[in-house]
Ligand binder design. Structure first.
Ligand SMILES: Cc1ncc(C[n+]2csc(CCOP(=O)(O)OP(=O)(O)O)c2C)c(N)n1
Ligand SMILES: [Mg+2]
Length: 804
């Protein structure tokens, strides 16, 4: 037995062996004590919500033993014991998370932005550069939607395969040691019902990547038992067909009870060996786990578990069983009782320290405001009211920032008719606090570093006098060729992206040139194509993930939204995944293939850049820009633009399209038209016809929807035209409303407008199929012409007579 336990790296002496086990035991009991006290903190109102790892401690000790520096975890909210065992979580940090302490030094996972139990390690240095991942045990930032940790697990694992097999990356010494790193996934039994789990599982088998997925099986997903979750009530049973054999590659599958410490260590060792050396994916189904305090602090499990089940859980607690086993080996019950006592003391002290730490800055602010209120009250006609506010604040023993700031702001209402130095000091305090806390809660949505994507300067495409006119897709293809050759860490993959070079030939011949690892076909599985990209990007590669059509982005949208877009924000800038997503959309016909649900996309993807180039030169320029920086973006190419003709620039791979800047593509005096993507072609057509009736519009290409027009150039145009129409093929109230809101509210265009601004959009439904379906669903040239004409008719009815 001892040899098995010690099998990881070297043989242990008896004393070392015992010490290691007792240390594990101590971690387990500390972790349990945190869960128990954590629940109490919520029930007494000091924290809002708690979700803990009680009942899952022992297998996590085993996983931590097999987990090496350079490895990655992509897991979920039950993994506090693992985090403690790899020395990335202390009890004090556990409570800082519970209290939502918004100081990244105290709560290093999310600076209080996520619920407790959601973990991460820092992969970035202060200046935004990568840390050496081989010096760390890496934890990709957790997120709450169940199974959403699975898609990126695929990419984290694939990176090892890429690093092992691509000679050109042999120097990537900060990311990989010859691909020897494992990506470890954890997931609850019930969450394996999610599509993300099955999609990831299948893709991992196809790709043969080193990932080890642990399923923590406690028989429930909140109140719903396995009977309603999983066929045959066993995930390992139904995944048996994935087991590899002599004829076929597949998975290695283990089944083990979660309370069986020594067996768990054995299994995790075997799993690690096969994944690390052979790059075979592994499933470890960890059964017979429990949930001693129920799912979370939101309810009690007595409501839904039978007495029989509750009794079974009490008798099969994994720590109790581990303890029994230790006593059977070492006969040291007293020692364990002592460890337990110590653990209780330690956790209690940590809890108190974390609470005081959390509160001290708020109490300081409370005192500042109390003093300021005392001072203003003395000078004020409203003294009794202000003193009442002050007293109400003073008696709050455990104040929140909200208590403090809202008191200060409400006081200013009483002082609205007064002017004195004391009031000025209060105003200064409020302004300072608002700025400070805005940074605490709203920073790091995008990179705030010197090299962020908005700083990349425009380099215009350069043309020879006799520049060749080519199918636009050739510009993209040549540009990708150049990028692949300039950046060895670029990988492009997607459905039909490899062998045929994508459905529109933007990658034609590039797989042949750069190999199947760098230009790759994938299965039809958008969520994991995105996840693959996120994981690869986290490990220092520069993936370009292709989603075949914009309409099918919806399958991956949840991961883009929940994982990628929030990554920098939810880690307070401590993790990044510079993934570029490439897709194509607009203007085919039918309910799908024609879609332009840009409104939905831009609202869900705050944290990414969303770029809508009007042609392929602009698109190529965006890719070139994005590769000079390290932020995630979605580029929507025009589906009907690949075979249109464009001039071939001679600085392929070098010209850039700036992010966040609009471009005026036609000057005019009467109305400013803002549009983007392929709708611009229709606007241009309509504008030619409008010239003939003496209407001269200015056309602005938005180009970049997230962010939109950071320099407020539309405003400058409106100073001249005083009229605005936003045109797109999204539904009413979609992206056009977003653009309109920006121009009116952020740019303050209101004062320049002489006509009511309007939008011209598609109908409320998706586009019907066929030429006529399209004509009656989306804005046509006539719709655009008439919409613009009507505005001029309202201005000058005699000159622009009613059309009909
Ligand atoms: C996509 C999604 N649906 C629902 C939830 C709410 N929810 C949180 S945990 C949970 C149960 C998960 O059970 P399981 O995967 O077995 O993990 P356990 O909590 O039992 O460890 C549910 C339904 C969620 N977080 N995400
Ligand atoms: Mg469960």
């Amino acid at each position: 037995m001892s040899e098995k336990i010690a099998a990881t790296d070297h043989k242990l002496s008896y004393q070392e062996f015992k010490k290691e086990i007792l240390n594990d035991y101590k971690i387990a009991v500390i972790s349990r004590e945190c869960s128990l006290l954590g629940r109490r903190e919520v029930l007494t109102g000091k924290a809002k919500f708690g979700i803990f790892g009680d009942g899952k401690e022992v297998p996590q000790l085993a996983m931590a033993k097999a987990f090496r520096k350079g490895d990655w975890r992509s897991g979920y909210y039950r993994d506090q014991t693992f985090m403690m065992a790899i020395n990335e979580l202390t009890p004090e940090q556990f409570f800082a998370g519970l209290y939502a302490h918004a100081d990244i030094d105290k709560e290093p996972y999310a600076a209080g932005r996520q619920m407790g139990g959601h973990f991460a390690t820092h992969t970035l240095n202060e200046d935004g550069s990568w840390k050496n991942q081989l010096d760390h045990k890496n934890v990709s930032a957790d997120l709450s939607p169940t199974a959403s940790q699975m898609p990126r697990l695929l990419g984290l694992a694939q990176a090892s395969k890429i690093y092992r097999n691509l000679d050109t990356l042999k120097n990537a010494k900060h990311f990989s040691d010859n691909g020897n790193e494992i990506a470890w996934g954890t997931i609850g039994n019930a969450s394996t019902s999610e599509g993300h789990f099955f999609e990831t599982f299948n893709a991992g088998g196809v790709m043969q990547v080193p990932m080890v997925i642990s399923v923590w099986d406690d028989g429930y997903g909140i109140s719903v038992p396995s009977k309603f979750q999983t066929t045959k009530e066993s995930i390992s049973e139904i995944l048996k067909g994935f087991q590899r054999n002599e004829d076929n590659e597949g998975y290695e599958i283990f089944v083990v009870n979660g309370w069986d410490y020594s067996k768990l260590i054995d299994v995790y060792n075997q799993a690690a060996t096969v994944a690390r050396t052979e790059h075979v994916p592994v499933l470890i189904h960890v059964k017979e786990l429990t949930q001693p305090q129920g799912h979370s602090t939101s309810g009690s499990h007595e409501r839904y578990k039978s007495e029989e089940r509750l009794n079974w859980e009490a008798e099969n607690d994994c720590i109790d069983k581990m303890q029994e086993w230790i006593v059977s080996v070492f006969e040291n019950e007293e020692e364990l009782i002592e460890i337990k006592k110590e653990a209780k003391k330690e956790v209690n002290a940590a809890k108190r320290a974390a609470w005081n730490d959390y509160l001290s800055a708020i109490i300081e602010a409370q005192n500042e405001v109390i003093n300021l209120l005392s001072a203003v009250a003395q000078k004020s006609d409203q003294k009794p009211f202000i003193l009442k506010l002050k007293n109400d604040l003073e008696v709050i023993k455990d104040p929140s920032k909200k208590d403090v700031l809202s008191t200060a702001r409400r006081t200013l209402v009483f002082l609205r008719n007064e002017n004195n130095n004391e009031k000025l000091q209060l105003i200064n305090w409020v302004n300072k606090y608002l700025i400070q806390e805005n940074n605490t809660y709203s920073s790091h949505l995008y990179s705030e570093l010197k090299n962020n994507a908005l700083t990349v300067k425009e380099v215009k495409p350069d043309y020879n006098e006799d520049a060749e006119i080519v199918d636009a897709r050739v510009i993209l293809r040549n540009n990708f060729d150049k990028l692949l050759s300039n950046y060895p860490e670029i990988l492009i993959f997607g459905e039909d992206a490899g062998n045929i070079g994508d459905v529109n030939q933007g990658l034609e011949g590039l797989q042949e040139k750069y190999g199947v690892l760098r230009v790759a076909d994938t299965g039809i599985r958008e969520a994991t194509i995105i996840g693959q990209g996120i994981g690869l990007a986290m490990r220092g590669l520069r993936p370009i993930a292709e989603i075949q059509y914009l309409d099918y982005l919806l399958y991956g949208l949840q991961i883009l939204s929940d994982d990628l877009s929030t990554l920098r924000y939810r880690t307070f800038g401590k993790q990044k995944a510079p993934l570029i997503v490439r897709t194509r959309g607009h203007r085919l016909e039918g309910i799908w293939h024609s879609g332009s649900h840009m409104g939905a996309i831009i609202h869900l993807l705050r944290g990414m850049y969303v770029l809508t180039p009007r042609n392929m030169t602009k698109a190529a320029g965006f890719y070139n820009t994005l590769l000079k920086t390290d932020e995630p973006a979605l580029v929507v190419e025009n589906l009907n633009g690949y075979r249109l003709k464009e001039k071939l620039p001679n600085n392929i791979g070098e010209f850039t399209t700036p992010i966040g800047l609009v471009e005026t593509i036609k000057q005019g005096n009467d109305i400013t038209i803002v549009s983007y993507g392929s709708t611009l072609k229709l606007v241009e057509e309509a504008s030619k016809a409008l010239t003939q009736v003496d209407i001269d519009v200015e056309i602005i290409d938005a180009q970049s929807l997230l962010p939109f027009d950071i320099n407020c150039d539309v405003l400058k145009s409106l100073e001249k035209t005083n009229r605005l129409i936003v045109i797109d093929e999204d539904v009413p109230g979609g992206a056009s409303a977003y653009i309109l809101n920006d121009i009116l509210n952020r740019q303050n265009a209101f004062e320049y407008l002489d006509s009511k601004p309007k939008t011209i959009t598609s109908k409320n439904h998706r586009a019907a199929y066929g030429t006529d379906g399209d004509y009656f669903s989306k804005p046509s040239i006539e719709d655009i012409f008439e919409g613009i004409y009507e505005m001029m008719h309202e201005v000058s009815p005699d000159k622009y007579k009613k059309l009909y």
